[in-house]
Design a protein around this ligand. Structure first.
Ligand SMILES: Nc1nc2c(ncn2[C@@H]2O[C@H](COP(=O)(O)OP(=O)(O)OP(=O)(O)O)[C@@H](O)[C@H]2O)c(=O)[nH]1
Ligand SMILES: [Mg+2]
Length: 378
């Protein structure tokens, strides 16, 4: 059992993000929301670059607002303004073949910002795999950025969010199958893979299921959209919270050990505010509820039962009142019995106290997945 130390002295690591389409924009927002990204910029030689690309401007406004207030906060802390670059590119609908031409100049400015950092960096290129805009561009944008020569200090890491069963026509769409084909091929090719840091596939089903169990009131369509939005934000926030945690040491370790490959970045949500245990009720009621949702991991992980791995890394987050050691033991048992290859022992777990006393979840990282290991690919 490895416990997370929150004050390890580490060399600064810069994290940058390109968000493609609606889902990609949520990952940009999520990174802007972490306090760590702001704190890191206090250090000499650090930079932070964000770029949004979407068709139309409807889904990027919130992220643009976050970027604006981020600049204000930097100014109030006396952080030099040139350490942060933010840009958004609004593409016209229609002809997708010229899109790369429309983003090239912005991409060059983005790369310049990334390169001006004196430290190791990771560039995330994030999108929803099931939509059209993000999934159609993610590999090309990565190639274009790699061509600009960001240097060996900078790793390019893809982040692709899978659809879930509540996504209607987006659920396991043809676009998702097509992009999984492409990512699988790219990550297996030795000479033409721009994802030096690997490609992280992020499933959403567990979070969606946990949120669906949350409420059955309200107007159906409104509720559906709201729940989709909440799921999306929860998943992206959890991802970025992990990415910048402990000075980005976990991110740096993952990309060092499993760079270039396609890896699973699972998120399993065990509790949600307002569900099952109400304020004032006995805290012990949590135990059964948490155990139940831990047992759902194999059902909602997005992985086929045949998938086996030789290494698993877990980050578990729970409120002070929840019995995190018991949760960790249960989760370990579920993961080892379902996914670990016989004779493999590379299991590590990091425990974290979560600030919201009703929320608990885990990120579950399993390296080296192929498209045929994914339940959504068939
Ligand atoms: N329908 C819907 N889907 C959402 C919403 N929020 C997030 N999504 C997710 O977004 C995924 C679709 O990807 P998007 O990121 O919207 O697609 P895109 O890259 O903008 O591409 P387009 O299809 O061209 O818009 C689905 O898997 C949905 O889960 C929402 O409010 N409504
Ligand atoms: Mg869109």
């Amino acid at each position: 059992m490895t416990d997370t130390k929150s004050n390890i002295a580490v060399e600064p690591h810069c994290v940058h993000v390109i968000g493609l389409g609606r889902t990609g924009a949520v990952y940009v927002e999520a990174l802007l929301r972490t306090g760590e990204i702001e704190d890191n910029l206090v250090n000499e030689g650090t930079t932070f670059s964000t770029l949004l690309i979407d068709v139309g401007d409807g889904d990027i406004q919130v992220a643009n607002d976050y970027a604006r207030s981020f600049k204000t906060r930097m100014a109030s802390r006396g952080i030099p303004a040139d350490r942060f670059n933010h840009e958004s590119v609004v593409l016209a609908p229609g002809d997708a073949s010229k899109r790369l031409d429309d983003v090239r100049v912005s991409l060059e400015r983005f790369a310049k910002g990334v390169k001006s950092s004196k430290h190791q960096s990771t560039v995330f290129i994030a999108c929803g795999l099931a939509g059209k805009t993000g999934s159609s561009m993610v590999v090309d944008v990565a190639r274009e950025l790699a061509k600009l020569g960001v240097g060996s200090n900078v790793l390019i890491t893809g982040v692709g969010q899978l659809s879930h069963s509540g996504d209607g026509e987006y659920s396991n769409s043809a676009a998702q199958t097509a992009v999984l084909d492409k990512i699988d091929a790219v990550c297996k090719s030795s000479d033409n893979n721009p994802f030096s840091g690997g490609f992280l596939v992020v499933p959403t089903e567990h979070s969606w299921q946990r949120l669906t169990a949350y409420t059955s009131t309200g107007v159906k369509e409104v509720r559906q959209q709201f729940k989709q939005m909440v799921t999306n934000r929860f998943v992206a926030d959890s991802f970025m919270r992990w990415a910048v945690s402990d000075g980005a040491t976990h991110l740096a370790r993952l990309t060092r050990d499993h760079g270039g490959k396609c890896n699973m970045f699972g998120i399993a949500k065990f509790s949600h505010p307002g569900v099952q245990v109400l304020p004032g009720q006995a805290r012990s009621i949590w135990d059964a509820a948490l155990q139940q949702w831990i047992s759902f991991v194999p059902e909602y992980s997005g992985l086929k039962q045949t998938f086996k791995t030789d290494s698993i890394e877990v980050h578990i987050y729970a409120a002070r009142d929840m019995r995190i050691d018991v949760m960790e033991e249960q989760l370990k048992e579920v993961l080892l019995s379902n996914y670990m290859k016989p004779n493999s022992t590379a299991y590590q777990a990091h425990k974290n106290e979560f600030f919201d006393e009703l929320t608990s979840y885990a990120t579950i990282i399993m390296p080296n997945v192929g498209k045929n290991d994914l339940a959504s690919y068939d």
